[in-house]
Every structure is written in C-alpha cells, then in structure tokens.
Design a protein around this ligand. Structure first.
Ligand SMILES: [Zn+2]
Length: 211
C-alpha cells in the first residue's frame, strides 16, 4: 500500500505529524516510500522562555530525521501560531507549490473533526490543494470530537519506538500527556486491538485514489 509511494505529511505545527502518523511514516520509509513533511508554524510565540525562540524548528529537524525523513524533504513555514486562518490563501498557495514540486500520491493531514483552529485551516486548504491525491486524516484525540477509524496501518515495535524517540526530541513539549511514551504505546495498542494485532495507527479516509 505505501511501498514506493510519495507521501506528504501536513503538520499545522511541528510535532503534529509525528503525533498523528509517526508510526506510518516509519513504516512507509521502511517500505521504500519517500516521505515529505511540511510544518506551517514553529509556534515561536509559545516556546518557553528558557529556550531560544526558534527551538521548535531545531526540534522538528531532529524529530523528522529520527523517524526517517531526509532533511531536504522537510519544509518549514513560519506562520504565527493560532493565526493560520489569517493567512489561509498564502497557505493554499504554498500547498499548491508543494503539489507541483512533489506530486504526492498520498497526503496525510489532521482529521476533518479536529477542532483546533490551525488544524482545521490546514485540513480545509489541504483538501482543496490535494483533491486529486489520496488523502488520509490523522488522529489527535485531544482535538477530535469524533473520529472514524476507516483505515488501519499495522505497525511493528520498531515503528512505535521510532515514534516515541522522535517525540522525545521535543524538549519544549515535555510534560504534555500526549507526548508520553505510555500514551503513544497505549493508543497504538487500542488501535491494534480493534483489528486483532499488536500495534496500529488509525486514519480517516477522506479520499482514496487507486492508480
Ligand atoms: Zn498542532
């Protein structure tokens, strides 16, 4: 399914992509896919003052490398956190550039049921820009009012470990419940149990095109 595909992950903020589909990214890389990652805000305004303001940019570079993304396939935009909707059209145009540059087969973005204002902006513009690609919606349960588990990506222990290691690179986010290895592992166990396997990540199918 993921073999040799070009996969583009859209992250409103650095860390959303690893949280939502870090396991799938690891598996896809293992299977020979090329994974691209675009983050639309490095949330400089939210970084604790004990860190440099560009700390999240440093952390996303480390985290995506751990999970197997090549540095040249990482795109970082510096929009203001919680104000992505103010620059909706700019974001759409950046996505259209990515579309012509990458020509992805599969685009993965936040669920359509994600209520965070920045996440819903990226999802709306992402569906608009990539309507001719397969599109999956990833799960961030603290922002999802509901979630349709349409597509399951079965993961190996190594994929879970890479996801945990990647998230550990986010020193600025330490202490948040959803960053903990226990939570990551438990969530993968819940989704795995739904399909009688050890570990999985679940996704909404927004659009699927079988070429
Ligand atoms: Zn976010």
């Amino acid at each position: 399914m993921l073999e040799n595909k070009k996969i583009l992950v859209l992250a409103p903020h650095t860390d959303d992509g690893e949280l939502g589909c870090g396991g799938l990214i690891s598996k896809a890389v293992r299977q020979g896919a090329t994974v691209f990652y675009a983050a639309f805000s490095t949330a400089d305004e939210s970084v604790p003052t004990t860190f440099p303001s560009n700390q999240l940019e440093i952390e996303v570079k480390q985290a995506t490398a751990i999970i197997g993304i090549q540095p040249e396939n990482l795109f970082i935009y510096k929009h203001t956190v919680r104000k992505l909707n103010y620059v909706r059209q700019e974001i759409l145009e950046e996505m259209i550039k990515l579309r012509s540059q990458i020509k992805p087969d599969i685009v993965i973005l936040p669920s359509r049921n994600d209520i965070h204002q920045d996440h819903s902006t990226v999802t709306a513009e992402g569906i608009r820009a990539f309507k001719n690609c397969s599109i999956l919606g990833y799960e961030l349960i603290w922002n999802n009012l509901s979630f349709a588990t349409d597509y399951f990506c079965v993961l190996k222990e190594d994929d879970i470990q890479k996801k945990i290691n990647a998230l550990a690179a986010y020193k600025t986010q330490e202490g948040k419940g959803y960053m903990s290895p226990d939570f990551i592992r438990s969530m993968a166990t819940v989704r795995g149990t739904q399909i009688n396997t050890m570990h999985a990540e679940a996704f909404e199918v927004i659009r699927w095109i079988d070429n």
